[in-house]
Ligand binder design. Sequence first.
Ligand SMILES: [Zn+2]
Length: 246
Amino acid sequence: MNEPEQKSLLIEIGKRLWTRGFVAANDGNLSVRINDKEILVTASGLSKGFLTKEMILKVDLDGNPISQNPDYHPSSEVKMHLEIYRHRKDIQAVVHAHPPYATSFAVAGCTPNPCVLPEAVLTLGAVPVAPYGTPSTEKVPQSIRSYIDQTDVILLANHGALTMGEDLLTAYHRMETLEHTAQITFLAMQMGKVHVIPQNEIEKLMEVRKQMKIPGRIIIPQSEPVDMNEAIIDAITKRVVERLKK
Ligand SMILES: [Zn+2]
């Protein structure tokens, strides 16, 4: 794919992120590596639903602008993208957004269990939650550093989600799968019971993943029961028993 085609795809994916409500106002940022030294990245302070080619800038691996445009500046989160490109030669695209269900898990300090759906096991694996870091500072690349080598999907505590891939569409699809899994898990939690795929079946899926040669890296998930209601009932019971003892 040549540079103008990459820009067109960035615009298309920005539109999908905004249309699906994965970003609000000017949130989120996207980038693509076009060769060994150059990255295309969205400009800061713009809605991702209405990008034009002028709003996509070119920087080197240190974030220095290659194409100058006085009207626009690279995304303030470009450091987070560059951290990934420097550490993962296999990654050619990065998507950052704030999809509401996945971000809610990150706000609650937990992560959706991928063992609820085969697609999530195959494409996401276990999703780590990186500690909170002030947006636009070095704290954000620092917070993801220890996870980059292990996985293509990271939640950012009290912030949002980060996905990467061997191309832009793959990185975006990982964001869709993450949000879809988070939404389904959340809805099942409201129904009071979340049945998980047992560990022996997870192992079979890992075998399928190998056979299908699914690209990217995942952290192999461990099937553990999720039952919010039981956890809440346990906590309430403990509290009531403690009060009765007084
Ligand atoms: Zn963000």
